[in-house]
Design a protein. Structure first.
Length: 628
């Protein structure tokens, strides 16, 4: 038999190390598979390492909550510390340069080798769990549960592989060092989808009705199915690029059936088959206009979806829990918080993203409303602002804006001791304070001129508030709020999108009725139309805002095939703000200050390439179209 010739070598090495992460009863060098699978509790601990591996092999975060977040691979946010690793938005993505999607760069939880490493771990569990001694009814139930959890995690790993690469190598058994892999090839995207759906069905069959919070559940598996089918029913894998290539496209004529399957998968959850999930908060149509207090109430409700501790709310289907005793780290405050709090200021919202948030009455935000034709400068005297507060671009916005973005003047935490004299009111300062003669009175404490720290201030003029905890001092402490990976709002918008794409008046109306529940919870008026194109714009905008920073947008702009338009001639520029001592204000989108140049490398970017190292090890693996 031939030696392993591609990624399986690293898979086995990683699998071996992951076992020892959680098994501390014996010296590391004394462990082997036979010891692990001689005790059901050791197998459960081994499974725990597979949960941890879902966020990559390191300790730097679980799933989407990493120092570098997936939103910076879109027009939503800017990551200032490793911008050149965001090759997808730089036009430099290649099999030799995966940047963010390689080892230990930022998106290691999406790296080909790391995904297959965990699949090897899970295949080992599934191959040996039935032979593990289980002498009591409780141990037998635990063995069945472990099997269900392993199927769920493997489905989760393969879902990421499909969403990134299309059809991939399907492996359902553990490998040995002397096995022959030279005949292995990538399967079609259709076969890959079916493989994942089978794993999800197995997970649902084996998992019990009730589970310890944080572990896989039937509902989590069902929600993963909805996510997978939502992607598979979209334009990209249905002839959007190379329609005759079975690795990246389903057979012609498949889309209607896929849309119906996506609709039905979401409908099962909505109908309560897997539990009584509901949006957290008020889903009655709001009476407009909202008062300032009501806007903040809606904003706090939305913000608290991502600042949960302890028992999950009604919307959370599955989340990752952080404990201070775990080596997996959630440093959301330290990573993303303002420099005026001695934080790193990563994942900065862009001006493009900020302008996408609506006004509180549901109308679009218009930058040049006060000065038509000028998309760069807004000015207002103190008297004008008193008469019309909406001249401030951050006033009168929809509640989710206040839950997502820290902007100049936004309230935040009490300042650390060395910054209190610069900000006694605990309000974000991403602008500077000026005397009437135009000289600077004080540099903003959260800017790149801050006298607290200047290397980590915002470039865009904004910080990401969402996912942070106002009770955590990020300079010194970690976060313990959960990362919500699967939530009910996603299911509702998956259902709405499937109906709208299926078309027809009844479907569109039902889709918008479902979409409006998400808007009502956000304090916004509902959408009404029978035009499919307009309804499509509505659902895409809602996902854009509702899931800001959660990672969905990267998948969405690819599956909808809109990334080219978003990343062509759409570079990032910073907002410069002047606040004068008499209360006059100025906001300038400074086109002289290029922050980050964005470009589109071609439509083959819609699918990520197979890493060159894997092609070199296994020449029979077919590369994705458009890559050499």
């Amino acid at each position: 038999m031939k030696k392993i010739i591609y990624f399986i070598v690293s898979v086995l090495l990683t699998a071996g190390s992951s076992c020892t992460d959680v098994l501390d009863q014996k010296a590391v060098d004394s462990f082997n598979e036979d010891i692990v699978f001689s005790d059901i509790n050791l197998v459960r601990a081994y499974l725990g390492s597979c949960y941890r591996q879902m966020g990559g092999p390191g300790d730097d975060g679980v799933l989407g909550m990493h120092r570098d977040m997936l939103g910076s691979m879109t027009e939503h946010t800017y990551a200032p510390f490793r911008p050149n690793s965001y090759v997808f938005v730089k036009g430099t993505l290649s099999p030799d340069n995966l940047g963010f999607f390689s080892a230990a760069i930022g998106g290691e939880w999406l790296y080909w080798n790391n995904l297959y490493a965990n699949i090897q771990n899970l295949n080992t569990i599934l191959a040996r769990i039935d032979g593990t001694p289980a002498n009591t009814s409780a141990e037998k139930a635990l063995a069945t549960q472990i099997k269900g959890e392993a199927f769920f995690i493997r489905a989760f790993m393969y879902t990421h592989l499909l969403l990134l690469h299309g059809g991939v190598v399907l492996i359902d058994k553990p490998f040995g060092l002397n096995d022959d892999y030279s005949a292995f090839k990538r399967s079609s995207i259709a076969a890959t989808k079916d493989f994942i759906l089978n794993d999800i069905a197995q997970a649902i069959a084996f998992l019990p009705g009730e589970m310890e919070q944080g572990r896989a559940t039937r509902a989590a598996a069902a929600a993963l199915r909805s996510r997978l089918l939502n992607f598979c029913a979209s334009e990209l894998p249905n002839g959007g690029y190379e329609p005759n290539n079975e690795l990246v496209s389903f057979p012609a004529g498949s889309r209607t059936a896929l849309l119906e399957a996506s609709r039905d998968a979401a409908r099962e959850i909505i109908d309560g088959k897997y539990g009584p999930f509901a949006l957290a908060g008020n889903t009655a149509e709001p009476t407009l206009p909202l008062s300032e207090a009501q806007i903040l109430e809606y904003a706090d409700n939305y913000f608290n979806l991502f600042n949960q501790h302890g028992v999950w709310n009604s919307e959370t289907i599955w989340a990752i829990q952080y404990a201070l005793t775990d080596s997996k780290i959630n440093n959301a405050n330290r990573w993303n918080g303002p420099n005026g709090y001695h934080n790193s200021g990563n994942s900065q919202p862009s001006e493009q993203a900020v302008r996408a948030f609506e006004m509180a009455d549901g109308t679009p935000f218009v930058w040049d409303e006060a000065h038509p034709g000028n998309d760069t400068l807004r000015q207002a005297t103190a008297a004008e602002l008193a008469a019309n507060p909406l001249l401030n671009p951050y006033n009168g916005r929809e509640p989710r804006f206040y839950a997502t973005v820290l902007y100049h003047g936004a309230p935040w935490q009490e300042r650390p001791a060395d910054a209190k004299h610069l900000d006694p009111y605990n309000r974000i300062q991403t602008g500077h304070f000026y005397n009437l003669d135009g000289t600077v009175k004080q540099f903003g404490v959260d800017t790149r001129n801050s006298e607290i720290e200047d290397w980590n201030g915002t470039w865009t003029g904004y910080y990401l508030k969402k996912f942070m905890d106002p009770e955590v001092v990020g300079q010194y402490y970690r976060n313990t709020n959960h990362w919500v990976e699967l939530r009910y709002a996603e299911i509702l918008l998956n259902y709405a999108e499937a109906l709208i794409e299926l078309g027809g008046t009844d479907n569109i109306e039902e889709g918008l009725k479902t979409l409006n529940l998400v808007r009502y919870r956000a304090g916004l008026p509902g959408r009404v139309t029978t035009d499919q194109a307009e309804a499509r714009k509505f659902v895409r905008h809602e996902r854009d805002i509702e899931f800001f920073g959660e990672g969905h947008h990267f998948w969405d702009i690819r599956r909808w095939k809109i990334a080219a338009g978003l990343l062509t001639n759409n570079s990032f520029y910073g907002v410069k703000i002047k606040e004068f001592v008499n209360g006059d204000m100025e906001w300038l989108l400074d086109y002289r200050n290029l922050i980050d140049n964005r470009s589109w490398g071609g439509d083959h970017f819609y699918w990520l390439p197979i890493p060159r190292t894997e092609i070199n090890k296994a020449p029979q693996l077919q590369q994705n179209p458009g890559y050499n």
